[in-house]
Design a protein around this ligand. Sequence first.
Ligand code: IPM
Ligand code: MG
Length: 371
Amino acid sequence: MTTHKLLLLPGDGIGIETMAEVERLIAFFNKKSSKNKFETESDLVGGSAYDKHGVAVTDTCVAKAKASDAVIFGAVGGPQWDKVPYAVRPEAGLLRLRKDLDLFANLRPAICYPALADASSLKRELVEGLDIMIVRELTGGVYFGEPKEIVTLEDGQKRAVDTQLYTTREIERIAKVAFDLARKRSNKVHSAEKRNVMKTGVLWNEVVTATHKSYAPDVELQHILADNCAMQLVRNPKQFDVIVTDNLFGDVLSDEAAMATGSLGMLPSASLGAADEKTGKRMALYEPVHGSAPDIAGKGLANPIATIASFGMALRYSCAMTAEADLIDKAIAGVLADGLRTGDIMQPGMQKVGTSEMGSAILAKLENLAA
Ligand code: IPM
Ligand code: MG
């Protein structure tokens, strides 16, 4: 029997509702499996942590995250925290977890479920069968570079600075992740940067090229300017397999790719650290790509699929439970094929359901598939 320690951080807004559905899945697997057992603990993060502790994540919570096999994260933020000091805003909790756990590799798969091809804002033929993996560098770049400040100048004007910064090592390790993933997929990597404008883009391009030569000459590599990549993603998204890019471009391009699949409510992600040299274990955090959606929070309307699929990625990448992860993916595809839809993916003639109904339907499918 293997025990997997999960830290559940629902956060704010719809994170709380979608995590509740994941907890039902955890209970299901604990009942079903004699080989794997989940031990869970929960904590506050984001605005809810700020309300109780005055910070967006506590040291205790970070320590628990480090000691867990995987963190399952909901979402953070909401208008009620718009005025809190910048250093303790809800997003700071997530950013600290990423940085302190050194989760440099953010995997954001954009898969178009066949049943949802018509829910995309792009034409069916462009997105049917779409399967892209965005590999976003997550602990460097303009998110963390110093200086990062707003200063008042002598004439009373203000000047804001963010610093985009990358080192060879940071680029090389994320490029390797992309090449490794491509080998298990269609063997093609696009590396997106702005070498025509940014020094970090020049270095990114050089290091990815060198890493390709020494580490993965068998993989097809294409360099693409990030703005062109954004355009190509809506023009012909199926030309992509793996896209590797920096923190900020990855943030933007992954939202764009998500929408091509039908809804932001569908996309999971995995944020992984380096493998421990002795144990092979990686620190890991799994979260939906969507945010806390304050407009629908607390109403039972949110789509739980991205959070459930994030839990599925935890089974795949942190728990060596590939069969169970496949079951979750099949269950999700199944309920969609049955015509069940939350509001964000609603289409004419389909059956509109809420968060817990969607969760129940996925559980029922799992029961059937596992029987
Ligand atoms: C994401 C989010 C975060 C980011 C926010 C919540 C800080 O947009 O995970 O894509 O910008 O990285
Ligand atoms: Mg984002």
